[in-house]
Design a protein around this ligand. Structure first.
Ligand SMILES: [Zn+2]
Length: 559
């Protein structure tokens, strides 16, 4: 392929074909990867015959031939009949967008939902294949994050996808999670937007696809600023952002969909990028953040360029004269501020190398690397923290217990009081004690069954059972012990195990004629605790008591 590359490049120089008008600088005759080849030209008859000739010469000595039945011609700016005549002459059919390159759809305009339909169908099929496997909620979440979101995010890195597409994927995931189907997400217990919050904020820590799509756009612009050697950056520099730089350009319909999306993140991008000014050639005087005052256009406002007599598209270099800063006399507070600030900044000099950029990290510092996660943390919509998150998610937790505890903390288990509120005609009393209402408030832990379970397991630490799940969650987080945190770890695990077992027993009694006695449930919780704790060996040395040993000694009482 290397030989063919050279033949195409020299073919252009020898006039065997003419370049595409947008592929002159940088010179771009083709893109090739494995056996996928894209050749660019002005589309004239002369050029297409010239390219055919080069491919035939290549065939004559390499044996590698172009397959006309698998090849297509794409025209831009040609009339239909003109294109048809040329295609006929060359013997290659006219292609229709979207085409595929390296397995991805190639389209000159915005990718529509219809174009993405095969991809949506693929995800639907995958989710459907999992519905037969009786997965726990926690298992389903893992599959959604690693497989579905992994694939979609890969696509988001390459393409700007429509919002409707993300919505469709989220609906499919929501339906799969709550209903074990892909047909409808109606009646989801927790809204998907709440699931896409961090665990600290009461979500499941899934990163919203749409927010991550913005991260990928920011990354593209970051590459535009920092990847000097890349062909893509060279092409953009010359053909799109060449005369007016990124900061000065407005998003207009004349530009391609991808470029418009890059321009639409401009204000967010400006908050996150900082310029280390050296030779002052690349740094934008007005728009880059290169002094401690931030982007100067924000300090001076739109009249700044007139006041300082420095044009909007000026580089920092243009604010100097004979190696020194050069400004008119300060006539405003801002101009004074700038001059004071610059008195301690060395003027740009070619001896100091090229300007370079840094990216803001969640800690507020700047570094030379772009972190997708760190960027997402800075741009995502933030919600208040929930007090109970540490009681639900912790190292020793059991994923399926955590999930039920999480749902109970949101009061989203389908207790009968909720069904009554929705107007359903159901018997509303608690199946565990037959005296209270089947509600979150009663089940955890006002119910006689739950109270008794809690007292026998945690009674040594807390003789009075907590009166509600939020209070219990707060209490287990604040318990002190020696060694530190041991009691809290055990009580957290005990709480989620109890919540899970109570809910499971409640369901058994509601949906089948079976019932497990209180004493058998106590034994079950105790055995589950032991099985879980045995996998955690002493943390520091063999002489340190293990979590299981601590459980025997301080928490558990003989049942
Ligand atoms: Zn009860």
């Amino acid at each position: 392929m290397e030989v063919l590359s050279r033949m195409l490049d020299s073919g252009l120089l020898e006039g065997k074909f003419s370049a595409h008008p947008l592929c002159i600088t940088p010179r771009l005759t083709h893109l090739a990867f494995a056996d996928d080849l894209l050749v660019f030209s002005d589309g004239s008859q002369h050029s297409l015959l010239g390219i055919s000739g080069i491919l035939q010469t290549f065939h004559s000595f390499s044996g590698l031939d172009m397959n006309p039945s698998k090849s297509e011609l794409f025209f831009g700016g040609y009339g239909d009949s003109e294109a048809a005549v040329i295609a006929d002459l060359i013997g290659i059919r006219i292609g229709v967008f979207p085409s595929r390159y390296l397995g991805l759809p190639l389209n000159p305009t915005k990718l529509s939902l219809a174009t993405l339909q095969p991809f949506i169908q693929k995800i639907t099929k995958q989710l459907n294949s999992w519905t037969t496997k009786f997965l726990s909620y926690a298992g389903k979440i893992r599959l959604i994050v690693s497989v579905v979101y992994g694939k979609v995010n890969f696509w988001s890195q390459v393409f700007v996808l429509p919002k409707g597409f993300y919505k469709k994927i989220d609906n499919l995931c929501s339906a799969f999670l709550w209903k074990n189907t892909t047909s409808s997400a109606r009646g989801a217990r927790v809204a998907w937007k709440d699931i896409c919050k961090t665990k600290e904020e009461g979500g499941l820590g899934i990163r919203s696809l749409e927010e991550f799509a913005t991260v990928f756009r920011l990354k593209q612009v970051w590459h535009l600023f920092t990847r000097r050697g890349s062909l893509w950056v060279m092409w953009l520099d010359h053909n799109i952002f060449g005369r007016r730089n990124y900061w000065l350009m407005d998003s207009t319909p004349r530009l391609s969909w991808n470029i418009r999306k890059m321009l639409e993140v401009k204000s967010v991008f400006q908050r996150l990028i900082k310029c280390q000014m050296r030779d002052g050639m690349k740094a934008s005087f007005w728009f880059d953040y290169w002094t401690s005052l931030g982007p100067l256009i924000e300090l001076f406002g739109q009249l700044g360029p007139r006041e300082l007599r420095i044009s909007r598209n000026a580089s920092v270099w243009e604010a100097t004269h004979e190696g020194q800063w050069h400004f008119p006399n300060a006539r405003s507070h801002q101009a004074e501020q700038l001059q004071i600030c610059l008195s301690s900044v060395a003027p740009p000099s070619p001896l100091r190398g090229a300007d370079w950029y840094q990216w803001k990290q969640p800690t507020g510092t700047f570094s030379e690397t772009f972190s997708s996660k760190g960027t997402w943390m800075q741009i995502r919509q933030i919600s208040p923290h929930v007090a109970w998150h540490k009681a639900v998610w912790f190292k020793e937790s059991v994923p399926r217990f955590s999930f039920i505890h999480w749902m109970a903390s949101h009061e989203r288990l389908t207790t009968r009081d909720r069904l009554l509120q929705w107007g359903m005609n159901v018997h509303g009393s608690c199946v565990l004690c037959d005296s209270g209402l089947d509600s979150h408030d009663h089940l955890f832990f006002k119910c006689e069954f739950s109270r008794s379970l809690w007292i026998s397991l945690a009674g040594r630490s807390s003789p009075n059972p907590p009166l509600s799940l939020p209070l219990a969650s707060m209490w287990v987080l604040g318990v002190h012990s020696s060694p530190p945190h041991y009691a809290s770890k055990i009580l957290k695990l005990l709480l989620q195990t109890a919540v899970y077992m109570i809910w499971k027993e409640r369901n058994r009694r509601v949906f089948s004629a079976d019932a497990t006695s209180l004493s058998a449930t106590k034994i079950l919780v105790d055995r589950t605790m032991r099985n879980r704790l045995i996998s955690f060996s002493p943390e520091e040395s063999v002489t340190t008591i293990s979590l299981l040993g601590f459980y025997f000694g301080c928490i558990s009482t003989p049942l």
